[in-house]
Write a protein that binds this ligand. Structure first.
Ligand code: MG
Length: 332
């Protein structure tokens, strides 16, 4: 029954420059690539473990060993339904799920767009991330990608945040700006930060505080859109955050794959919650698998491959604040 061959391994893609957020700086995108193949077709997936959730490359590789072994021992079909039923959401499951999507689509000779009866866009816009390092680097990145319609400014919860915001707003008075605090703002300072968001016309404030303080957000009245990221990983979490947030950042690595991410987006839209299609530090392969989510999202944060020294051989092209739609040779 299991004629499929599953192979996977770690890969590291150097970044052009360090990437800094509130939790520290990274020099490379460390991820796992997975391939599923039969005699004729091959499907690919990748995942990026996040230490914020206690995930490591070794830990996710162990999960993939366990998953493939379970299929061999259990003599059950390897398909998206079984992996999503048998295994908890994780980056490992996401790489598996994404590779299965790619494999299945290639087998039935359909694109992800025709499979979902969705018109394939010509291109998608992406916001550009200005990291939490320093203002000189932020302004240099902003100049380089000034065609992008939105900048996402990473905050780290210290006094440099508002100084950087002030200078960026001065240089770009009309640009749409979004802030991602990655849980770095303390409850005692949230009022001040919200005031600044309103003063500087910030459209979205993403994950200002730690998940445990979500309830406090329910008491805040602001025109700034509050977006959950670390507070919402799965379909179940959508119910938990709906009282406190107006939007949710959906990432395949958090959701444990595209299958669950699609369900999350549908649930969010049905509840009137705006969606963002986000990514970890990943290659064009990770972005390709998220593009169907992005096509229905209000916000798209798909800039990670721009920060790689070298992307995959078959890659998505970025130009003037937009990215093209992945060729099915890459994914889907
Ligand atoms: Mg975020």
């Amino acid at each position: 029954m299991n004629k499929l061959k599953i192979s996977f391994g770690p890969e590291s893609f150097s970044l052009k420059d360090n990437f800094t957020i509130s939790r520290g700086a990274k020099k490379s995108a460390d991820l796992i690539t997975l391939r599923i193949s039969d005699q004729t077709y091959s499907g690919f997936g990748e995942c990026t473990p996040n230490i914020r959730y206690g995930q490591t490359i070794d830990g996710e590789l162990n999960k993939l060993e366990f998953m493939t072994q379970a299929f061999e021992d259990g003599n059950c079909d390897i398909n998206r339904e079984t992996i999503n039923k048998l295994f908890e959401p994780s980056p490992a499951r996401s790489a598996f799920d994404i590779a299965l999507w790619d494999f299945e689509l290639k087998k039935i000779k359909k694109s992800i767009w025709s499979f979902h009866n969705t018109k394939k866009p010509n291109a998608l816009p992406t916001m550009i991330t200005l990291d939490a390092s320093n203002i000189e680097k932020n302004l240099s990145t902003a100049r380089q990608f000034s065609d992008s319609t939105i900048f996402k400014i990473k905050f780290k919860g210290d006094k440099t945040d508002i100084d950087r915001l002030l200078k960026i707003r001065e240089c770009y008075p009309k640009k749409r700006l979004l802030i991602d605090a990655n849980e770095s703002i303390s409850p005692s300072k949230i009022g001040k930060y919200i005031e600044s968001c309103e003063r500087f016309n910030i459209e979205v404030l993403e994950q200002p505080m730690k998940t445990k303080y979500d309830e406090l957000l329910g008491t805040i009245k602001t025109k700034t859109i509050l977006c959950a990221d670390e507070s919402c990983s799965s379909l179940e979490d959508i119910k938990k955050i709906e009282k406190y947030y107006d939007a949710v950042n959906i990432k395949l690595d958090k959701a444990g794959g595209l299958t669950e991410a699609l369900l999350m987006q549908e649930a969010a839209i049905n509840k009137g919650i705006k969606t963002m299609s986000g990514c970890m530090l990943c290659t064009s392969l990770g972005i390709a698998a998220s593009q169907i989510i992005a096509s229905k999202a209000e916000y798209i944060d798909h800039d990670a491959p721009l920060f790689l020294e070298q992307d995959r051989a078959i890659k998505i092209n970025y130009s003037r604040g937009k990215l093209n739609i992945a060729d099915s040779m890459l994914w889907g």
